[in-house]
Design a protein. Structure first.
Length: 471
């Protein structure tokens, strides 16, 4: 049966039928399509277009179909093109000709636009839960290894020491922004196109607001042309998914490096690693590597959707049938990536000694030493120059900044063009203060601002994250 077959003679060319059908991927909309149909039936009843018996019959039939779908007992017929036709034919088989009244005042254009918004709404809710699970894994690791010290990097070079917990909480901040974007996307998507018809609006006095309320929408679309052709919400969702994947990919990249024996900062659990079919020694961080790879795929999904829309005139075009594969793929990929990365993070073993040793390389405490001079009144540029000279001396001697003797520190101060720095040469307390600042703990303690890596600030941030996540 073709919904649109009245003016056509003969049958569709099999190549065309196979090329245009969407049941191979839009079957995931089945429960959303049924929910929309039930609300539409109630609306038709309120408008006097169906009598109470017809409403009851249609709703009962649709609820029966929903039970079959949820139980996996309904078989889709590819000859019926899409999920809408499959469900309508199945309904007719169960309740008879009254099923033909279901499509009154409705087009597949506003029907699928409604279905897709319903699907996205519940999908975002599920993704939000997965993001929270990922955050909990990060917070759990930060809580467990809160005292570990990591070499903070810029330009992939040692920069300043930071608490490992501080580093992990940076990803929690990213994921919280991801949650915000998902929530914002959900809010904008949560308007109901049903009643827009094919493009000009339904030809009957339907109570669109009542139908929207029944379906849990916040409002109805304000323009019927826009209602059937808007896919901004798909693009927004894909953009949010892609950015979340980018965040996961950045963490995945770090984990692949950290787990390399040359670094040895972390070890992946065997349950989240793979071996080599040839090399018996290998232990590969495949889940992290695949997250990096799949990020490219989700970015591609976003790009595909933007390109699909860029040349479409109003209103609905058949091109829009291809809005679903990238959206469904990206959502599934993000959910799977969140879940596997949560497992990777939750089961990581941290080598604090290797981290600490690396954090001490590259004179990462030099900025803290300069800050200690500034607190003594030295201009920062002069302090920067003095400490640069101390770093050069330490490099020549092959020692850390905290191992320099008083005479070396005094000589560097004496060559400064800053009068306060020169005046500090005779202050016996200064070398000790600078050596204290040059230690890893001293350097981190100096970053005592909101959002800094000072241990008390990190402890506060970690407590806030745990409270927010209910941990």
């Amino acid at each position: 049966m073709r919904m649109w077959g009245g003016r056509f003679e003969g049958t569709s060319d099999e190549r065309m039928a196979e090329f245009t059908r969407s049941i191979d991927f839009d079957d995931v909309l089945a429960v959303d399509d049924i929910a929309g149909s039930i609300a539409h039936v109630h609306g038709l009843g309120r408008a006097g277009l169906l009598d109470p018996d017809e409403v009851e019959t249609l709703v009962a039939g649709l609820e029966g179909l929903r039970a079959e779908v949820e139980a996996g007992k309904l078989t889709w017929d590819p000859a019926l093109e899409d999920i809408h036709m499959n469900l309508e034919v199945a309904l007719r088989e169960r309740i008879g000709p009254v099923a033909g009244r279901l499509h009154t005042g409705r087009s597949r254009n506003d029907q699928v636009a409604t279905d897709l918004r319903l699907w996205l709404r519940r999908t975002i809710d599920g993704l939000d839960a997965a993001v929270v699970e990922m955050e909990r894994a990060l917070v759990g690791l930060a809580d467990r290894e809160g005292e570990a010290i990591l070499p903070g990097m810029t330009h992939i070079q040692p920069a300043q020491p930071v608490l490992f917990a501080h580093h992990l909480l940076a990803y929690v901040e990213m994921l919280e922004r991801d949650r915000g974007r998902l929530a914002d996307c959900r809010r904008r998507a949560n308007v109901c196109p049903l009643g827009s018809g094919a493009l000009a609006g339904a030809g009957y006095p339907l109570d669109r607001e009542g139908t929207a309320t029944e379906l849990g929408f916040d409002a109805v679309t304000a323009n019927s042309l826009d209602g059937v052709s808007d896919r901004d919400f798909v693009v927004e969702a894909l953009a949010a998914f892609a950015l979340s994947m980018v965040h996961l990919s950045r963490l995945a990249e770090e984990i692949t490096w950290w787990s390399n024996p040359r670094f040895g900062f972390v070890r992946l659990a065997d349950s989240f690693s793979t071996g080599s079919s040839m090399m018996p020694n290998k232990k590969n961080p495949d889940p992290a590597e695949l997250v990096r790879g799949k990020t490219a795929r989700v970015i591609g999904d976003l790009t595909a959707m933007l390109v699909l829309l860029k040349g479409l005139p109003l209103a609905y075009q058949k091109d829009m049938q291809d809005d679903k594969p990238p959206l469904f793929d990206a959502a599934a990929t993000l959910e799977a990536s969140l879940l596997v990365m949560a497992g990777v993070v939750a089961t990581l073993t941290v080598d604090r000694d290797r981290m600490r040793a690396a954090a001490g390389e590259g004179y990462t405490t030099a900025t803290a030493v300069a800050d200690a001079l500034v607190r003594r009144g030295v201009a920062f540029r002069a302090a920067h120059h003095v400490v640069g000279a101390l770093v050069a001396e330490a490099e020549r001697a092959g020692v850390g900044l905290d191992a320099l003797d008083d005479a070396t520190i005094a000589a560097a101060l004496a060559t400064s063009d800053d009068s306060i720095a020169i005046a500090l040469v005779g202050d016996v307390a200064v070398p000790g203060e600078l050596r204290a600042a040059a230690g890893l703990e001293g350097a981190m303690a100096g970053c005592d601002v909101t959002g800094g890596t000072a241990p008390r600030r990190v402890a506060t941030a970690l407590a806030a994250a745990k409270a927010r996540l209910g941990q």
